[in-house]
Design a protein around this ligand. Structure first.
Ligand code: RP5
Length: 160
Protein backbone atom coordinates (compact mmCIF):
# COMPACT_ATOMS: atom_id res chain seq x y z
CA UNK A 1 0.00 0.00 0.00
CA UNK A 2 1.38 3.46 -0.85
CA UNK A 3 2.13 5.40 2.31
CA UNK A 4 2.85 8.63 0.42
CA UNK A 5 0.91 10.28 -2.38
CA UNK A 6 2.66 12.54 -4.87
CA UNK A 7 0.25 14.71 -6.81
CA UNK A 8 0.94 17.56 -9.23
CA UNK A 9 -1.17 19.87 -11.33
CA UNK A 10 0.35 19.26 -14.76
CA UNK A 11 2.75 17.04 -16.64
CA UNK A 12 4.90 20.19 -16.91
CA UNK A 13 5.51 19.71 -13.14
CA UNK A 14 6.82 16.18 -13.55
CA UNK A 15 10.51 16.99 -14.04
CA UNK A 16 10.72 18.62 -10.59
CA UNK A 17 8.22 16.42 -8.77
CA UNK A 18 9.91 13.20 -9.88
CA UNK A 19 12.75 14.18 -7.52
CA UNK A 20 10.37 13.40 -4.65
CA UNK A 21 9.75 9.95 -6.12
CA UNK A 22 13.49 9.29 -6.46
CA UNK A 23 14.07 10.23 -2.81
CA UNK A 24 11.20 8.06 -1.55
CA UNK A 25 12.58 5.14 -3.55
CA UNK A 26 16.01 5.69 -1.99
CA UNK A 27 14.38 5.43 1.43
CA UNK A 28 12.30 2.38 0.46
CA UNK A 29 8.93 4.09 0.88
CA UNK A 30 6.01 3.00 -1.32
CA UNK A 31 4.22 5.86 -3.05
CA UNK A 32 1.50 6.61 -5.54
CA UNK A 33 2.05 9.38 -8.10
CA UNK A 34 -0.55 11.15 -10.20
CA UNK A 35 -1.29 14.29 -12.22
CA UNK A 36 -4.60 16.02 -11.48
CA UNK A 37 -5.27 19.70 -12.06
CA UNK A 38 -7.24 21.46 -9.30
CA UNK A 39 -8.62 24.03 -11.70
CA UNK A 40 -9.12 21.84 -14.78
CA UNK A 41 -10.29 18.63 -13.05
CA UNK A 42 -11.91 19.57 -9.72
CA UNK A 43 -14.14 16.48 -9.54
CA UNK A 44 -11.22 14.10 -10.17
CA UNK A 45 -9.18 15.86 -7.48
CA UNK A 46 -11.95 15.44 -4.92
CA UNK A 47 -12.35 11.76 -5.76
CA UNK A 48 -8.60 10.96 -5.61
CA UNK A 49 -7.99 12.91 -2.42
CA UNK A 50 -11.05 11.68 -0.53
CA UNK A 51 -10.20 8.05 -1.28
CA UNK A 52 -6.48 8.39 -0.44
CA UNK A 53 -6.75 7.53 3.26
CA UNK A 54 -8.62 4.33 2.39
CA UNK A 55 -5.74 3.34 0.08
CA UNK A 56 -3.32 3.56 3.03
CA UNK A 57 -1.88 6.99 2.39
CA UNK A 58 -0.43 8.73 5.46
CA UNK A 59 1.18 11.82 3.90
CA UNK A 60 0.59 13.72 0.67
CA UNK A 61 3.12 15.73 -1.35
CA UNK A 62 1.35 18.19 -3.62
CA UNK A 63 3.21 20.30 -6.17
CA UNK A 64 1.78 23.06 -8.34
CA UNK A 65 2.78 26.27 -10.06
CA UNK A 66 1.08 29.60 -10.81
CA UNK A 67 -2.22 30.06 -8.88
CA UNK A 68 -1.44 26.84 -7.05
CA UNK A 69 -4.72 25.72 -5.50
CA UNK A 70 -3.84 22.02 -5.51
CA UNK A 71 -1.99 21.62 -2.16
CA UNK A 72 -4.61 23.66 -0.30
CA UNK A 73 -7.46 21.65 -1.78
CA UNK A 74 -5.66 18.43 -0.84
CA UNK A 75 -5.34 19.74 2.73
CA UNK A 76 -9.04 20.58 2.76
CA UNK A 77 -9.98 17.05 1.71
CA UNK A 78 -7.30 14.83 3.35
CA UNK A 79 -7.17 14.45 7.15
CA UNK A 80 -3.44 13.66 7.36
CA UNK A 81 -0.42 15.95 6.60
CA UNK A 82 -0.03 17.67 3.24
CA UNK A 83 3.34 19.01 2.11
CA UNK A 84 3.17 21.68 -0.59
CA UNK A 85 5.84 22.21 -3.24
CA UNK A 86 5.66 25.59 -5.01
CA UNK A 87 6.89 25.18 -8.58
CA UNK A 88 8.72 27.70 -10.72
CA UNK A 89 9.10 27.76 -14.47
CA UNK A 90 6.39 30.26 -15.30
CA UNK A 91 6.25 34.08 -15.31
CA UNK A 92 6.87 34.89 -11.63
CA UNK A 93 9.61 32.31 -10.93
CA UNK A 94 7.46 30.44 -8.44
CA UNK A 95 6.66 33.36 -6.14
CA UNK A 96 3.02 33.17 -7.25
CA UNK A 97 2.91 29.51 -6.18
CA UNK A 98 4.72 30.25 -2.88
CA UNK A 99 2.06 32.74 -1.85
CA UNK A 100 -0.78 30.53 -3.06
CA UNK A 101 0.47 27.48 -1.15
CA UNK A 102 1.84 29.14 1.99
CA UNK A 103 -1.01 31.53 2.81
CA UNK A 104 -3.51 28.96 4.01
CA UNK A 105 -6.42 30.02 6.21
CA UNK A 106 -6.24 28.98 9.90
CA UNK A 107 -7.36 25.41 10.41
CA UNK A 108 -6.13 24.08 7.04
CA UNK A 109 -2.32 23.79 7.21
CA UNK A 110 0.00 22.97 4.31
CA UNK A 111 3.67 22.41 5.21
CA UNK A 112 5.32 24.42 2.46
CA UNK A 113 8.86 23.61 1.34
CA UNK A 114 11.16 25.72 -0.88
CA UNK A 115 10.42 26.56 -4.52
CA UNK A 116 11.02 23.33 -6.48
CA UNK A 117 11.87 21.63 -3.15
CA UNK A 118 10.48 18.23 -4.11
CA UNK A 119 13.41 16.31 -2.63
CA UNK A 120 12.98 17.99 0.74
CA UNK A 121 9.24 17.31 0.58
CA UNK A 122 10.03 13.59 0.32
CA UNK A 123 12.47 13.75 3.25
CA UNK A 124 9.89 15.61 5.32
CA UNK A 125 7.26 13.00 4.43
CA UNK A 126 9.70 10.29 5.51
CA UNK A 127 10.33 12.07 8.82
CA UNK A 128 6.59 12.19 9.48
CA UNK A 129 6.32 8.44 8.80
CA UNK A 130 9.44 7.75 10.88
CA UNK A 131 7.68 8.96 14.03
CA UNK A 132 6.06 5.51 14.10
CA UNK A 133 8.57 3.49 12.06
CA UNK A 134 11.92 2.75 13.74
CA UNK A 135 13.50 1.12 10.67
CA UNK A 136 12.74 4.22 8.59
CA UNK A 137 14.05 6.45 11.37
CA UNK A 138 17.36 4.58 11.24
CA UNK A 139 17.48 5.01 7.44
CA UNK A 140 16.99 8.75 7.84
CA UNK A 141 19.76 8.90 10.44
CA UNK A 142 22.05 7.01 8.05
CA UNK A 143 21.12 9.42 5.26
CA UNK A 144 22.03 12.39 7.48
CA UNK A 145 25.34 10.77 8.40
CA UNK A 146 26.05 10.15 4.71
CA UNK A 147 25.44 13.81 3.93
CA UNK A 148 27.80 14.89 6.69
CA UNK A 149 30.51 12.56 5.43
CA UNK A 150 30.09 13.86 1.86
CA UNK A 151 30.62 17.46 3.03
CA UNK A 152 33.67 16.43 5.08
CA UNK A 153 35.15 14.58 2.09
CA UNK A 154 34.77 17.71 -0.06
CA UNK A 155 36.37 19.88 2.64
CA UNK A 156 39.25 17.40 2.95
CA UNK A 157 39.92 17.72 -0.79
CA UNK A 158 40.63 21.43 -0.27
CA UNK A 159 43.64 20.45 1.87
CA UNK A 160 45.10 18.12 -0.75
C1 RP5 B 1 -0.58 24.63 -12.50
O1 RP5 B 1 -0.41 25.43 -13.59
C2 RP5 B 1 0.31 23.44 -12.72
O2 RP5 B 1 0.72 22.92 -11.50
C3 RP5 B 1 1.44 23.97 -13.55
O3 RP5 B 1 2.59 24.25 -12.74
C4 RP5 B 1 0.88 25.28 -14.12
C5 RP5 B 1 0.83 25.30 -15.61
O4 RP5 B 1 0.25 24.15 -16.12
P1 RP5 B 1 0.39 23.78 -17.68
O5 RP5 B 1 -0.23 24.90 -18.45
O6 RP5 B 1 1.87 23.62 -17.93
O7 RP5 B 1 -0.35 22.49 -17.83
O8 RP5 B 1 -1.89 24.23 -12.34
Amino acid sequence: MPRVGIIMGSDSDLKVMSKAAVMLEELGIDYEMTIISAHREPDELIEWTRSAEGRGMKVMIAGAGMAAALPGMCAALFALPVIGVPLSGKNLDGMDAVFSIMQMPPGVPVATVAIDGAKNAAILAAKILAASDDALLQKLKDYTTGQKEAVKAKAAKLDE
